[in-house]
Design a protein around this ligand. Structure first.
Ligand SMILES: *Cc1c(COP(=O)(O)O)cnc(C)c1O
Length: 365
């Protein structure tokens, strides 16, 4: 059994991915080729966001967004501690100070009440909080409207690295915050065959600045540098891979939902806590993460039966070596409990009913 099955996905697409790569090898425009522009157009149509700007990876997508907003040295940005390191890392790389908040124990996403407390606490010690990054952990959209209400006057970026394809009341990820970032790392819901990322926004100015930043801060002329930028482009070959995979992505999202439904039915009343998606939301189901108090025992039993699992995340970032200096006084008990109890089960569109049965029977036992 596979945790994520990229081989089954490639088999479904037949020779289409190989053909798309061969086309790029033939035309030879490896950077900024036509596939990049087409992908940006199609992702903008898919999400409903006015602009899609691709870049080298999901971490850069966050850093470029923070730079485009105009984050100043020492500015505070509220982030969850229960996330991948890239979220607070991007804040530090862009010159800011991560301000950690706790999560809602049901959705694993940043808790708006804790975010407001984190802002207050940071301001008490002299940090000017200018923004927040919410993470759509495991593919479930964060509580954007509650978060905006809890943090008036600060901007909100959505880290949608795990949630491309998810939605809230029909509005897709890419349109739920003023700027959304995503990642095309191979194991994300829409993954390429290497690194890749993108930024979504309706804001023309932000999109223009990100387009300039990703090519060394160029102006209208290639050799007129109007700001200090970086090199963060999506390779044409990766765009060709993504364009091909995008064709089956809507079906894959439905299949992931089907797997999640089966897990929910088969794990009902089993004693493990199953994931909760907010009313009106659809998850992209990047991960199917349950909670069990004896997590390591369950993981070992599954491993014994050759069923792969993963723990996202074993270490809250406010307790990690790199980010402990940003830990404040705030109560982070939901984050700390989650890090001891979470277990992600195999999740991909190609899991069979028999495989789901085997996983859930063992978990129940
Ligand atoms: C994967 C991920 C990122 C970073 O994406 P890369 O493409 O690997 O740089 C950022 N945030 C979250 C929540 C992620 O899961």
């Amino acid at each position: 059994m596979k945790f994520v099955d990229l081989a089954a996905q490639r088999a479904r697409l037949g020779s289409k991915i190989d053909d798309a790569i061969a086309t790029v090898l033939d035309h030879g425009v490896f950077i900024g080729g036509p596939e990049v522009t087409t992908l940006e157009e199609q992702l903008s149509a898919f999400t409903g966001a006015r602009h899609c700007v691709t870049c080298a990876n999901g971490t850069d997508a966050l850093v470029l967004s923070l730079r485009a907003i105009g984050l100043k040295p020492g500015d505070g940005v509220v982030v969850p501690s229960f996330t991948f390191a890239a979220t607070p890392e991007a804040v530090v790389l862009a010159g800011g100070v991560p301000v950690f908040a706790d999560i809602d124990p049901g959705t694993f996403n940043i808790d708006p009440t804790s975010a407001a407390l984190a802002q207050k606490e940071a301001e008490r010690v002299g940090i000017d909080v200018v923004g927040a990054i919410a993470v759509d952990l495991f593919g479930h959209p964060a509580a954007y409207s509650d978060l905006s209400a809890a943090l008036p006057g600060v901007w909100l970026v959505a880290d949608g690295a795990q949630s491309l394809g998810a939605s809230v009341n029909g509005a897709r990820v890419g349109t739920l915050a003023s700027i959304t970032t995503t990642s095309f790392f191979p194991s994300k819901p829409l993954g390429c065959y290497g690194d890749g990322g993108a930024i979504f926004t309706d804001d023309d100015d932000i999109a223009d600045v990100v387009r300039s930043l990703r090519v060394h801060g160029q102006g209208s002329d290639k050799y007129n540098n109007i700001r200090v930028g970086t090199n963060s482009r999506l390779d044409t070959i990766q765009a060709a891979v993504l364009l091909t995979k995008l064709q089956s992505f809507p079906d894959e999202l439905n299949e992931r939902q089907g797997v999640a439904d089966q897990y929910r039915i088969r794990l009902a009343d089993s004693g493990v806590v199953i994931p909760r998606v907010a009313e009106g939301s659809r998850s992209a189901w990047a991960q199917y993460t349950v909670r069990v108090p004896d997590r390591d025992v369950v993981a070992a039993a599954l491993s014994e039966a050759s069923i792969p699992t993963a723990v996202y995340y074993r270490q809250p970032l406010h307790l990690s070596t790199a980010y402990a200096l940003y830990a404040g006084e705030l109560n982070m008990s939901h984050t700390e409990t989650a890090s001891r109890e979470v277990l992600s089960l195999p999740m991909h569109p190609y899991l069979t009913a028999e495989e789901i049965d085997r996983v859930t029977a063992l978990v129940r036992r």
